[in-house]
Design a protein around this ligand. Structure first.
Ligand SMILES: Cc1cc2nc3c(=O)[nH]c(=O)nc-3n(C[C@H](O)[C@H](O)[C@H](O)COP(=O)(O)OP(=O)(O)OC[C@H]3O[C@@H](n4cnc5c(N)ncnc54)[C@H](O)[C@@H]3O)c2cc1C
Length: 512
């Protein structure tokens, strides 16, 4: 029987798993080894949590959930500040907490149950005599590196760079904004997480990285220190949003997001959870959620299975599907933000609709159900008399004629036969999830040139492949040179078809 468990890493995943283990089996000997010696040393500022995460926490451990809620900042909208207007994306259902506050709550809660927390302790899994070792040592997990071959580690770096900063006041709502300085584009994600605290997360693409001199500032900054030259520039760029105040920093410098996937989440008696096992881009705001939910599932599995191997298998079987789902949503979200520059000139309402539907998680109708007037304004480019009921928008969008010099279609949704009878098309098959890769660049280059046939993107019927061609459709449309149709299998998903057209990802949609 398992008696001794050691956890490597005192982040949300490790501390929460330790607490739940002791709640479940008080007789266990549970130790958390955290490399940093104090919570104040931790990275990052506030993290957003959703109500669904809070519900899961309340079931697993009501006392901790209550404390997390009490320490969170809630009741603010999410808005997008476009170049011409500000649009409310959704109402007051955001919840955010300072990372240091979250860790404090989880540390105290773990210690209360009898977990031993050793700070300033950095252990090697191979030297431990524990029955089970839980590796919760984050995205840069050295434990994972040791077992990289057994685990089948795949990782890649995001295309943009981000700086995670804070501010000493609560912004009035969570919001996105972008500032141009000549060629340079700085994208801000700001949200409050306390009465006197906000997160200011700033992203730059490669163009800005070089042209604004950020690469030089970064090179001149010693390892482990804040990049003060970049921070000073960002304070100037976002002086209005910052109300003239300084950014708060904590060893702040530019980073690239690590996209991480493991083929297996355990080896022998070592099991991985949270960021050590998988990452999902921060623009989905789900990394902490996944880490905490991993902890819940792992503890359930360890308590419910007779052998360690069976428990690890049960844990992975329970968690892989939701994690994969979030990773796919996050992948599309990441690509959207990576290429923000290309959409920055859109009217705010259209940008808002594009943003809300970027991951495929929400449809036009979902968005319109909450923000009907914004959604209607976003559709004005498709014609007059936009319906005033969210339920009627899909059919209205699909019934719009396409009247371009190269192609006239009576509606935006048509069968393949109908399309064939109307026009010749240049059909292209695409199935890769990354539509900004080098092969995608090469494909786009071959399709570039005005006055050519409309492009029809086709390929496999899997949801991932359909999503990829919708995103490729958007990429082609952003170039503005070709009309783009996207093929959906079978009768097609009318909501997905309408959303693709409404959000500018396809000119028309084709079904079998
Ligand atoms: C810019 C940005 C914004 C984000 N915003 C959000 C958000 O809004 N909402 C959200 O849910 N998530 C967000 N996340 C993701 C979130 O921060 C992570 O997913 C989450 O912290 C993962 O928790 P974890 O416990 O797995 O790992 P971590 O939080 O990374 O904790 C790992 C811990 O292990 C310790 N450690 C590392 N190596 C060792 C070792 N060898 N020995 C002992 N200790 C070690 C580290 O010091 C650290 O304390 C964001 C991430 C980024 C980068």
């Amino acid at each position: 029987m398992t008696r001794k468990i050691e956890l490597i890493g005192g982040g949300p995943a490790g501390l929460y798993a330790a607490r739940l283990l002791k709640l479940k089996e008080p007789g266990l000997q549970v130790t958390v080894h955290e490399r940093l010696s104090g919570a104040a040393e931790t990275f990052g500022f506030g993290v957003g949590l959703t109500e669904s995460t809070m519900r899961n926490l309340a079931v697993a451990d009501p006392a901790t959930a209550e404390q997390v809620r009490a320490a969170s900042y809630a009741g603010h909208d999410l808005r997008l500040k476009g170049h011409d207007a500000t649009v409310t994306l959704h109402g007051a259902r955001n919840l955010a907490i300072g990372r240091a506050a979250l860790l404090e709550i989880l540390s105290t809660a773990a210690a209360e149950t009898g977990v031993e927390i050793r700070r300033g302790s950095d252990i090697d899994a191979a030297q431990s005599d524990a029955d089970v070792i839980i590796a919760a040592d984050g995205v840069r997990s050295s434990t994972r590196e040791k077992y990289a071959t057994e685990l089948g580690v795949r990782s890649s770096l995001g295309r943009t760079r981000f700086a995670w900063c804070g501010a000493d006041f609560a912004v009035e709502s969570a919001f996105f904004a972008a500032t141009h300085r000549g060629e340079d584009l700085f994208v801000l994600h700001a949200y409050p997480y306390g009465d006197d605290r906000s997160t200011f997360l700033i992203e730059v693409d490669d163009v800005t990285w070089h042209s604004a001199g950020l690469q030089v500032f970064d090179t001149q900054t010693p390892i482990g220190e804040t990049d003060h030259a970049s921070v000073a520039l960002l304070e100037d760029v976002f002086a209005t949003e910052l109300r003239g105040r300084k950014l708060l920093t904590n060893r702040t410098r530019w980073g690239r997001f690590t996209n991480l996937t493991l083929e297996r989440w355990s080896t022998d008696n070592v099991v991985f959870l949270g960021d050590a096992a998988h990452t999902a881009h921060y623009t989905l705001g789900s990394g902490t959620k996944l880490a905490l939910e991993d902890a819940i599932a792992l503890v359930e599995a360890l308590a419910g299975e007779s052998s360690i191997a069976a428990a690890f298998a049960a844990y992975e079987a329970a968690r892989r599907p939701p994690v994969e789902r979030f990773k796919k949503l996050a992948h599309r979200s990441q690509a959207w933000w990576d290429t923000y520059r290309l959409r920055a000139g859109l009217p705010a309402e259209r940008l808002a609709l594009s943003y809300m539907t970027r991951s495929g998680n929400l449809t036009l109708t979902d968005y319109a159900a909450e923000q009907l007037e914004s959604a209607r304004r976003a559709l004005a480019w498709l014609g007059d008399a936009v319906p005033d009921s969210a339920a009627d928008l899909d059919e209205w969008v699909l019934s719009r004629p396409l009247t371009e010099p190269e192609l006239t279609l009576p509606t935006r949704l048509l069968t393949r036969d109908r399309l064939r009878a109307t026009t010749a098309v240049h059909e292209v098959t695409w199935s890769e999830p990354d539509v900004w890769s080098e092969p995608a660049d090469a494909l786009i280059a071959t399709l570039t040139g005005s006055g050519c046939l409309p492009v029809l993107l086709s390929g496999p019927a899997t949801p991932e492949a359909v999503a990829a061609r919708i995103d490729l459709g958007e990429r082609l449309r952003l170039k503005g040179e070709r009309l783009v149709g996207v093929f959906l299998e079978g009768d097609g998903d009318r909501a997905a078809a309408a959303t693709a057209v409404a959000a500018g990802r396809a000119d028309f949609v084709v079904t079998t």
